[in-house]
Design a protein around this ligand. Structure first.
Ligand code: DON
Length: 324
């Protein structure tokens, strides 16, 4: 089917304008309150970005507002650790099972005989994975992730120091998790070094356009269609998508998979990284795959963007996208 790009573009602009205005008016909510610097962000922001394999980008809403990756960094950290250690070695330290528990839960350490963290997308798993990154010092480990992210985005990335300090000073629960992990020989670097690494990675600054680009590369199994380079080995990219699909939206991952229907990863700053794999069934606009970036800092009790999840669901419904 021939696609009339201008018509599609206009239809999408109108649709998103309407939905963004509606959610801004109708849905309220609060920003993450346990990281003081995130609490003061305007909860009304809502932004959308789509990137197609031909390089076309669609940006709408508050797309100029940068925000920190928070848990979306777990996706990049996992890939960097697999690239350095080999995936099977990383999986000796962390499992690939969804939990059904909140992202920062301590519960499983007391209940589970096998104390290995359930998956790399929850805090416990990501803290373990952060300790496995390449390099001896936290700075080296942080750089191994920012280097990978820079190679995906083809630009330098920065860390938001204010957000870092704000989380570092209040990371009581993550400190507890890191201590449990250390007690069970599940950290390859000290508690302080690992937390320093992990919290810096959460504080990397990004935009929805950047998220859409990462999503596009993941959608094509690690291949950047614009520069035509394979940036991540396909098996690592595929496993990462499986983890996003099964564990990326925390204890609402099941509902998200059932009713939104694509691999995605959220962060408490309100970002969502979405991956639409190529599919014969999709609308011609999206049949070659695409990446999606969403930002809406008001979050629900699971830590997912309230308006962002709805906007993503609406967009995917408009084009009848679901991976199954
Ligand atoms: O470790 C934390 O609690 C935060 N830096 C990140 C958590 C997060 O983003 C969970 N997401 N929805």
């Amino acid at each position: 089917m021939e696609i009339h790009h201008l018509d599609v573009e206009n239809e999408l602009t109108l649709f998103l304008d309407q939905q963004i205005a509606y959610y801004k008016e109708k849905l309220s909510g609060e920003c993450a309150n346990y990281i003081p610097e995130l609490k003061v962000v305007n909860p009304d922001y809502l932004a959308f970005s789509l990137m197609l394999p031909n390089g076309k980008v669609h940006l709408q809403g508050d797309y100029h507002v940068p925000f920190t990756l928070q848990s979306i960094s777990k996706v990049i950290t996992f890939m960097a650790a697999c690239l350095y250690n080999g995936t099977s070695n990383v999986l000796e330290w962390v499992d690939v099972e969804p939990t059904g528990d909140p992202f920062n839960s301590l519960l499983r350490f007391e209940l589970n005989e096998n104390k290995k963290p359930f998956n790399p997308m929850i805090n416990a798993g990501a803290i373990t994975v952060a300790s496995l990154l390449s390099g001896l010092t936290p700075m080296d480990k942080i750089q191994s992730v920012t280097r990978l992210l820079s190679s995906l985005l083809d630009k330098d990335v920065t860390i938001n120091q204010k957000v870092f300090e704000s989380e570092w000073e209040t990371a009581y629960r993550n400190r507890a998790l890191a201590n449990f992990l250390m007690e069970n020989n599940l950290l390859a670097s000290s508690v302080d070094d690992t937390l320093f690494t992990y919290i810096n990675l959460c504080s990397i600054e990004i935009t929805v356009e950047d998220l859409a680009k990462i999503g596009l590369i993941l959608s094509l199994d690690g291949f950047d269609p614009i520069r035509r380079i394979q940036l991540i080995p396909p098996p690592i990219a595929r496993l990462t998508k499986v983890l996003m699909f099964t564990c990326g939206m925390y204890n609402s991952s099941g509902k998200f998979a059932a009713f939104v229907g694509i691999p995605a990863k959220s962060g408490v700053s309100g970002g969502i990284l979405g991956v639409v794999p190529p599919s014969l069934r999709s609308h011609p606009l999206l049949s070659d795959g695409c990446g999606i970036g969403i930002y809406g800092p008001a979050i629900d009790t699971h830590g997912n963007s309230v308006k962002g999840v709805r906007l993503l669901e609406d967009f995917l419904q408009l084009y009848d996208v679901k991976i199954f």
